[in-house]
Design a binder for this molecule. Structure first.
Ligand code: ATP
Ligand code: MG
Length: 595
């Protein structure tokens, strides 16, 4: 069934995760589960009171880049489910990889999640956690696994280890180090921690099943030696846990109930369960344990959502930065003018499914229009200015510099917001394409002999135009039809088929307007393995000098406004200033960008 992209999808789309949560709530799976108020091991939680949160979810970004629209999906899902079911969602910075993580990203992630409308402060408790705070526990858990004969230090080369792992058709083969005694493994592991071995010299592996059809269970690496300064723990550690080992433990220490991740982790679930079951059996982790559920990634057409590729766009200066209004980062979307409500509506509208989906970008624009239609103030703006002279002005009004006052509603459906006021004068700016010397069929705007209404103003009749040596129209000439001003009894006396927007040359505000379009020409920029650089849209940004209605002279940064007939625009949060306005086009009024 085709989905009309101009209408936002229903607010609560099908979501199999809701069914799972509702089933758990009904079965009382997590009732009476103690929670100590902060993350910790089994003993810590055993001393806690029953968790007032009925479920716990978490959004666990790695602080190695800026959040993008794909992350928005995960944020809305995790925070949204917690909100809807009387739960709590943690913001967890998954900072176990020392190499790429930076404070700058941590700050940006917090800001972006808040901007999107979510909060991790719940009744005085701040559920903001750092995976690196669990390094001590992770180390203790590794020693416990070693002691139980469930982990060993492998000193094979990386190549030998890879070869020993086998592949989809070949079972793995045991490492010569696999059967070392726990005491020897423990001594080796402690040497690793003490920095007695070189980076890469050995790793700690879980001891599971080298013949498992699931390659992730063929003794996965859980700790490696890596001398790197960590943004949080500094040089305390020279061994670091692998993500697949760290993540389940993070969930369990925080008493997450429903651990939601994207589909590519499905094959990791058996290891997730193996690890947590064993650590619970060893008395280290509290039961009931968290469960992992996978949902499909959200891909948006004309957009790439891989941090690595977004970084390439920035580093290769294809865009102006992480918050370039064409970037699908939350900071880019914010600067472009997208509202948090529109992004949430898009994310919620796609529900959760078991397949990765490609969502039409038009859905996001539809959500934005639905959000702004009833809110955004209206204004007239001329983006491609052409002069219009009303040649009989002095005849009609007695003098050339007469200013005819006009009124327009601040918002057509909200009279309580009052009126905008501006003056109509002898010389105006109109859109270049509102005039045609020879009108194409069906053209009802300005052409010699035709009458149109200047919106909120008077009816004028076009008499001709002036051109430069190159034949380009430089000025349109028209005559005022007297007594036709909007809102006066004569307004309907003259019937016209066209109405055009305009601003008056005496009080229009000069502005820079940036007309943004998709960054790529193809809905799936990398389809067929193509390099995204081949599908860059050369006109993703067109900057024009425009004229705006005088009321916008004092527009504040971040003001979102509908330029009548053109679309929704926002005063750029960084560049806009009083006296030097800069507006970004968020989207047009209708789909099919030339609305
Ligand atoms: P990237 O590939 O851009 O680095 P990531 O998945 O590695 O993304 P993380 O910081 O690890 O980035 O992601 C945090 C959370 O956001 C994870 O739970 C991840 O599954 C989720 N997420 C990331 N991209 C998407 C997406 N396109 N749709 C839904 N969820 C996503
Ligand atoms: Mg990642």
């Amino acid at each position: 069934m085709a989905h009309d992209p101009s209408t936002p999808p229903p607010a609560k789309a099908a979501n199999f995760l809701r069914a799972i949560i509702e089933r758990d709530l009904e079965a009382g799976t997590y009732d009476q589960r103690p929670f100590a108020g902060s993350p910790g091991d089994a003993a810590h939680h055993a001393a806690g009171a029953p968790d007032p949160a009925r479920i716990r979810t978490r959004f666990p970004p790695e602080p190695n880049g800026y959040l993008h629209v794909g992350h928005a999906k995960s944020i809305c899902l995790n925070f949204g489910l917690a909100r809807d079911y009387g739960g709590v969602c943690h913001l967890r910075l998954d900072d176990t990889n020392p190499e790429q993580e930076e404070q700058e990203y941590v700050d940006a992630i917090e800001e972006a999640v808040r901007w999107l409308g979510f909060d991790w402060d719940v009744q005085g408790t701040r559920h903001l956690y750092f995976a690196s705070d669990y390094f001590d526990f992770m180390y203790r858990a590794a020693e416990a696994l070693i002691g139980a004969g469930l982990a060993y230090v492998d000193e094979q080369s990386a190549d030998a280890m890879r070869a020993g792992r086998g592949d989809f058709v070949t079972p793995g083969s045991a490492s010569p180090f696999r059967d070392r005694a726990p005491a020897e493994n423990l001594a080796r592991f402690r040497q690793m921690r003490e920095g007695e071995h070189a980076d890469g010299a050995m790793v700690l592996r879980a001891k599971i099943d080298m013949a498992s059809p699931n390659i992730n269970l063929r003794d996965p690496t859980i700790y490696r030696i890596r001398r790197a300064t960590h943004h949080n723990t500094g040089d305390k550690w020279c061994i670091y846990p692998m993500y697949t080992y760290a993540h389940p433990i993070e969930d369990a220490l925080e008493r997450i109930t429903h651990s939601l991740c994207t589909l590519e982790f499905e094959d990791q679930r058996p290891f997730y369960d193996w690890l947590l079951e064993n650590l619970a059996d060893l008395g280290l982790l509290a039961r009931p344990l968290p469960r992992q559920y996978e949902f499909g990634r959200l891909n948006l057409t004309y957009v790439m959502t891989s941090k690595r590729k977004l970084r390439a766009l920035v580093e290769e200066k294809i865009v102006e930065g992480w918050d370039d209004p064409r970037m699908p980062t939350l900071f880019g979307l914010r600067r472009r003018g997208y509202t948090p409500a529109a992004i949430r509506a898009m994310a919620d509208g796609t529900g959760a499914s078991k397949t990765n989906i490609w969502l039409d970008y038009a859905v996001l624009d539809g959500c934005l229009r639905a959000d702004l239609e009833g809110q955004a103030p209206r204004a007239m703006a001329v983006l491609d200015p052409l002069a219009l002279d009303l040649t009989n002005w002095a005849e009609v009004f007695g003098r050339d510099d007469h200013v005819e006052p006009c009124r327009a509603p601040a918002h057509p459906q909200r009279p309580e917001r009052g009126a905008r006021e501006f003056g109509l004068t002898r010389t105006l700016w109109i859109e270049r394409d509102d005039f045609a010397e020879v009108p194409p069929k069906g053209f009802h705007r300005l052409y010699p002999g035709n009458k149109v209404r200047l919106k909120y103003g008077l009816v004028v009749e076009c008499t001709g135009c002036e051109k430069d040596a190159a034949g380009r129209v430089t000025r349109v000439l028209a005559r005022v039809v007297p007594d036709t001003r909007s809102g006066t009894p004569g307004a309907d006396a003259v019937k016209v088929k066209g109405t055009i927007t305009w601003v008056s040359r005496h009080d229009a505000v000069a502005a820079t307007v940036r007309l943004y379009d998709h960054l790529f020409t193809e809905p799936q920029p990398e389809a067929g393995g193509r390099d995204f650089r081949e599908t860059l849209n050369p006109t993703s940004l067109v900057t024009v000098r425009a004229w705006l209605e005088p009321g916008l002279a004092r527009a504040a940064a971040d003001l979102r406004v509908q330029f009548e007939r053109h679309g929704y625009f926002v005063a750029d949060r960084l560049l806009h200033a009083e006296g030097a306005p800069v507006f970004n086009r968020i989207t047009t009024l209708r789909d099919g960008r030339a609305a």
